[in-house]
Design a binder for this molecule. Structure first.
Ligand code: UDP
Length: 384
């Protein structure tokens, strides 16, 4: 019998769990792969919610989250623990996704052990090292460390080429976030967040470090102004548990009867909320990709984005954290049907739901796994 290829999938936070779940599902269907899901759990409860929904249990759980952890403290504990885990598993390949601390830490530990590292969602750049912080630098670092780069779009591939990454190590796959959405949609109760007759819902999320303090205050005040200005508008706002977010949001928004603040939703409920809303205000990366796939316009509460594809396609618009601009642009979308139609009908540029299949095929080839003669190349689908 041929030897199984041992693949570690490292997952640290909620968006990584969403975007790696399709990869874990796809690899687990492969007879040649033995997958170890390794949770660093740099965010504990948000990660668990998502893994559970996708029916994935961590094989190794490093449980690294500590209250008030600094980035340096987290990184040092992570490197230590990851190295121990890699020593135990002896992987043939390690996979990481996105731009949190888990990703460069896993990339570096893999490099030291001479284990190839594959980066999912490679090549996203704002070209501003401080924004988003620390994600932009994490992405740049892992761009140097990775052996395989799964770029979600042609533009992401271009960013990697500009930094000297070898073309042969890059595969354009689409974003696995769309695979996750395709998997989740039939499992979701869409009625849970359906607005009352004659009402329209705005879905809001905000959690970026750069927005803590006055910018988040401005965002919240803008939300309050919008709801006050339009009586048919309700706001659904799942609030990130970070005290820097929670404190401001509660202080400014907790008293309005049409603003519904709630704990972070599990993924099924969040997808239901996206599917039922009229538009989205967010600083989240993943939500910028998901909402357009559901035909929902996105106003991005940031000054720049590593996801310009949505802006170019017309599904998203950068509005920053300036109160006046957020109010203006939101009211425009609420009041002008043509502006709304143009954004909601634009084509989602982030993928076709087959990214994980492309990633699996490429990994199999990279590891030199032969498919038995006559067996179908079931994951081999053309990139778009
Ligand atoms: N999400 C969720 N529940 C929520 C808010 C978001 O499941 O209450 C999901 C969302 O669908 C997306 C991911 O979490 O897939 C985005 O995570 P986050 O905004 O924390 O991180 P980012 O994408 O900005 O890195």
């Amino acid at each position: 019998m041929t030897r199984l290829s041992k693949i570690v999938v490292a997952v640290g936070t909620r968006p990584e769990a969403v975007k790696l779940a399709p990869v874990v599902h796809a690899l687990r269907r492969e007879p040649w792969a033995r997958v170890t899901v390794l949770a660093t759990a740099q965010h504990r409860e948000l990660l668990d919610q998502i893994l559970q929904f996708f029916g994935i249990e961590a094989d190794i759980d490093l449980d690294l989250m500590r209250p008030g952890q600094s980035l340096a403290d987290l990184t040092s504990r992570m490197i230590d623990s990851l190295d121990g885990a890699f020593a135990l598993v002896e992987p043939d390949l390690v996979i990481g996704q996105g731009a949190t601390t888990t990703v460069p830490a896993a990339g570096l530990c893999s490099f030291y052990r001479r284990v190839p590292f594959a980066h999912v969602e490679a090549g996203l750049r704002t070209h501003d090292r401080n924004s988003p912080f620390p994600e932009e630098m994490n992405r740049v670092l892992v761009g140097r460390l990775a052996d395989l780069h799964f770029a979600p779009t042609a533009r992401a591939r271009g960013n990697l080429l500009d930094e000297g990454v070898a073309p042969s190590s890059i595969e354009v796959t689409g974003n696995t976030v769309i695979d996750a959405l395709v998997w989740a949609t039939p499992r979701v109760d869409r009625t849970r967040f359906a607005p009352k007759e004659g009402r329209r819902t705005i879905l809001v999320t905000a959690h970026r470090r750069e927005s803590f303090g006055p910018p988040l205050d401005d965002v919240c005040n803008a939300v309050l102004e919008i709801v006050t200005a339009r009586e048919d508008v309700e706001v659904v706002f799942p609030v990130h548990p970070n005290p820097n977010v929670r404190g401001t949001v509660d202080r400014v928004l907790s008293k309005h009867p049409r603003i519904h603040l709630m704990a972070p939703l599990d993924y099924a409920d969040f997808v239901a909320a996206m599917a039922s809303c009229h538009l989205v205000l967010t600083d989240s990366g993943g939500v910028q990709e998901e909402a357009p796939a559901l035909g929902k316009p996105v106003l991005v509460l940031r000054d720049n984005t590593e996801r310009p594809e949505g802006i170019d396609a017309g599904t998203a618009k950068l509005v920053g954290t300036d109160r006046k601009r957020i109010v203006e642009q939101t009211l425009r979308l609420l009041d002008d049907e043509r502006v709304y139609a143009a954004m909601s009908q634009a084509v989602n540029p982030y993928g076709d739901g087959r990214a994980a299949a492309r990633i699996t095929t490429r990994i199999r080839r990279f590891l030199g796994v032969q498919t038995p003669a006559g067996s179908p190349e079931r994951n081999l689908v053309p990139t778009h």
